[in-house]
Write a protein that binds this ligand. Structure first.
Ligand code: ADP
Ligand code: NA
Length: 330
């Protein structure tokens, strides 16, 4: 039986991934790669929709690939590749641009947010066209399942609309993908500002746990995490967001229920909870950090694996693109 096709990706927008990317994406991908024919991309074409420093982008792209692998994405079981290595992404995106309404693209809330954040001068056509490139990413592989956070739902819905539109105008070409929204329970918040999502692009790094931070730095950040004056180790997202966030991270990484953690730490205070969490986080990230160093220490081998995976991705993508080109009259 063939496994359902799955596509997901992350931008190489920082040197290190943060713990939210690990919990919200990589851990999930690692289990999905068993049951799906998975394509995991490092989406550097998306990254340049905002200004990037070229040498840094190149380094972050290879670093992100190494972190995918070190976290358990197996490049022989899944297809793990760099988006710009597969030319069909940009080629299909152009065709999709020509069937996307300007008004339809203008309704994308992420574009509105990002363009407001970056200002008119830094808002490029590329940023505007981000969702059609994402649609190309997904549709090229005849993807059945797209696991994304709630913030990407609108983009996957646009992808579905474009696939339906193309199919009805030009003949059956694309599989219509299903949105698989990743559970909100896996959402991680900034340690210093526990009501806002932890992010690679956070302005301050004080509340961000990076995969590649030195152990001492991780420890300090966790011990300084914002909590509250109440003192009880109880999961209450609304009234105790800091403690709830620490419990969430602990629970996911230690594979324990929130309830068992509440019981263990009842009456013991936040210092103990934080110390316990430091152990769990370092226990997870120490081996990943070591593996990343090994992978980056052998660049020829890393490049070989990425080239091999890009070739595999290209084979699938080019088949879809050839059909598309034929259908539109090229
Ligand atoms: P970032 O905000 O760190 O740049 P992205 O928006 O590029 O992250 O998302 C990459 C992946 O990581 C997505 O699958 C997203 O759902 C997941 N992710 C990012 N931040 C978090 C978080 N704080 N909690 C859970 N998952 C997250
Ligand atoms: Na981001």
């Amino acid at each position: 039986m063939t496994k359902p096709r799955l596509y997901s990706g992350m931008q190489p927008s920082a040197e290190s991934l943060q713990i939210g990317n690990y919990i919200g994406a990589l851990l999930n991908w690692k289990s999905l790669q068993q049951t799906h024919d998975a394509f995991f991309s490092i989406v550097d074409l998306h990254a340049i929709t905002v200004a990037q420093e070229p040498a840094k982008l190149r380094e972050n792209t290879r670093g992100t690939a190494a972190q995918y692998m070190a976290a358990g994405i197996d490049p022989s079981a899944s297809t793990l590749y760099v988006q710009s290595h597969v030319a069909a992404h940009a080629q299909l995106a152009w065709v999709l641009n020509t069937i996307t309404g300007f008004g339809e693209a203008s309704r994308m809330t992420q574009f509105k947010d990002k363009s407001a954040r970056h200002g008119a001068d830094a808002t490029t056509v590329g940023l505007f066209a981000y969702p059609t490139l994402m649609a190309a990413d997904i549709l090229l592989y005849q993807t059945a399942v797209v696991p994304v956070g709630e913030d990407q739902r609108q983009h996957v819905e646009l992808t579905r609309d474009l696939a339906v539109r193309f199919n009805s105008r030009f003949g059956d070409t694309f599989t219509i993908p299903e949105v698989a929204i990743v559970k909100e329970t896996a959402k991680i918040y900034d340690l210093q500002n526990p009501t806002s999502k932890m992010s690679k692009s956070a302005e301050s790094h004080a509340g961000v746990i990076w995969l590649l931070d030195e152990p001492g730095v991780t420890k300090k950040k966790i011990m300084r995490a914002v909590t509250d004056a109440d003192g009880g180790v109880v999961f209450d997202r609304e009234n105790k967001p800091g403690v709830a966030n620490l419990l969430t991270i602990y629970s996911v990484l230690a594979s324990r229920t929130i309830e068992s953690l509440e019981n263990e730490y009842a009456g013991r205070g936040y210092g103990d909870l934080k110390k316990g969490l430091v152990e769990v986080v370092l226990g997870t990230f120490d081996p990943i950090r070591e593996r990343v160093a090994e992978l980056l220490g052998d660049p020829a081998e890393l490049d070989r694996v990425l080239a091999q995976n890009a070739a595999r991705a290209s084979d699938v993508a080019n088949e879809t693109l050839a059909t598309v080109y034929d259908r539109v009259g090229f």
